[in-house]
Structure formats: C-alpha cells, structure tokens
Ligand binder design. Sequence first.
Ligand code: CO
Length: 220
Amino acid sequence: MDHLKPLFENNERWAADTARADPTFFARLSHLQSPQYLWIGCSDSRVPANQITGLQPGEVFVHRNVANVVVHTDFNCLSVMQYAVEVLRTRHLIVCGHYGCGGVRAALAGQQLGLIDNWLRHIQDVRDRHAELLAALPDDQARWDCLCELNVIAQVRNVVNTTIVRDAWSRGQELVVHGWIYGLKDGRLKDLDVAIAGAQEKDAVHGAATAALHRRWGGS
Ligand code: CO
C-alpha cells in the first residue's frame, strides 16, 4: 500500500492549500454544484477534463468511457446526461475525443481484445460508413487521426438524437452540443465546428461538419 501513500499526502496538501486560498471553497461546494458544462470524454488518463480546460471543481460535470462513445441504450451515460440537463441545467454539452485514442486505433485495426470489442463495434460502424475516405488516406497514422475526428462527430449526432436533448429543446431549454478534439502531443483543444443548438438545425450542422471534415482530409 506504500505506493498509494503519496496520493493521500497530495490530497492533504491540496485540501489545505485550497482552503487557505479560499476559506469558503469547500463549504460553498458542499451545498451546491451548478456546472455550466457536461463533458463526455475518453477514459484515457492523459485527457483530464478539468485540467485541460482550466476548470475548478464544481464547474464541469463529467462522464468518461473508452473512446467517448454515446450509445442509445447506455443507461450510465444517459443518466449522467439526464441529470446534467434536467436537474443541473447545464448549458453546454461537450463531446471531446482525442488524437492517439487507443480505443479508436483498436476499432480501426479490428483488434480482438475481448468484451470491449463489442463497445468498439460502434466506432467500427463509423469507420465503415466512411470507408472510402479512410482508404484514400496516405497511411495508418492519418486514418487513425481522421477516425478520431469522425468518431466525435458521430457521437455528437448520437447525443442530439437522445430523448434527453430532444426533450430539452422541445421545452425551449437552451442547450448547445459541441464536438471537440484534444491533441496529446501539444495539449491543444480543437473545435470540430459541429455545435448544434436546436433540433431544426441538427441535420444541417452535422452534414456540414462531416462535409468539412471530408474536404479537410482530401476526400470529396
Ligand atoms: Co481514448
């Protein structure tokens, strides 16, 4: 257990430093959270939502899974979304993928890793939908990067098609769904320009973002 001791020491130091800098910080947060953002990201240890966006505890509600996949029957992800949208009233829902995603690479290569193959099958569906574009790319690195982007755009589409988002919009609740991607190599976030703010624009925005991606990667 000795190798876990530093975590408790770090925590002790962090709690003390935080309380010193802002004496009401913990009291305030223990009563209420009102995050403006819901983050749906990859479980990858190199993509911590709070750190890369400079957000403090209390500012972002987070759901992470392997390769930031949104599946229509995943009650874990759907419950997070429902709570965030209907109870916390978050205004922005961000799907954030990342280049260098191991889940996306396994899906691309059709690697057999066990149970997770079934989860990654959703990304293979995305791969197969864009097979022509991917086949035309010069190498596996380009195909990997491209599929990481395609996956984000596909998951944004899944998010806006949930009953949670559709119901929020039909109630007139302000809610914008975004698709971003993070670079492990430079620490930079990139907006994939697929922000959708209402049901009437969802197909047009998704179509435009997909077309822009195809142009960017040299397809037609
Ligand atoms: Co990943």
